[in-house]
Design a protein around this ligand. Sequence first.
Ligand code: 13P
Length: 277
Amino acid sequence: MAHTRISPRRDNRSVRPVIVAGNWKMNTTPSSAGDLARAIADATDGTDVQRVLFPPYVCLAQVRDALRGRGLEVGAQNLHEEAGGAYTGEISGQMLRELATWVIVGHSERRRDQAETDEIVGRKLRRACEAGLTSILCVGELLEARQAGKAEQVVEAQLRGALSGVADRAEGHDFAIAYEPVWAIGTGETATGADAARMAGVIRATLARLGPDRRADEVPVLYGGSVTSASIGEFLAEPALDGALVGGASLKVDEMAGIVAAAGLVAAARRGAEGLS
Ligand code: 13P
């Protein structure tokens, strides 16, 4: 499948991409997903923003077909931590590579509902890497951790747990990190732009210490949690943030149009600031 790499060029004029990713979660059906994908493509046409839609597994083929030649990419919401075998009902990275180019790993809803630990998340990342999929690794603290002043500690531990097993094998592995504070997901409440940017700093400092081959400042960091067309501006105003992982609003064409339009202005400004055409 056509796959745009997210690594910026390794030269002095490199600039991180601006990414808008839509996580549809357990919504849409095989008969509705293609139309929604096409409508989002139409409404966000002609932009520099890297757009990726993450439909449910059973809609991947329809969305891939609907988006062919449209400049958007398709991702899966999860993959199994083993490469194959007797795992009834599970989906491997190798299966996904025929349908998708991206995958979400470690979403908090799976950590909560499927008891995914950092160790499992790390194994999934390794499988994504082996399958040549670009990953979005999700991290984020629960409300109690934030109230206890431990948000940064939690995020650091999540990164360390997930990445320590892959750091030495991450050669050429494209990944982004999504900072999604759990208390902001589906609640209508968001972190402030400044808070999310501070956490992006913690994330890059941790990546630098863990030492995967990619330079920490090249890794895109997205914010996720109740992002809408009204709130996206606050996050994109922060140079440390490179876009958003959008849940509920990614099912609404007008919302996606507004979010991508705002992101497009930032992408153009960043390219202009770097002297890129
Ligand atoms: P909402 O945008 O619905 O809060 O979901 C965020 C999210 O979990 C994206 O992965």
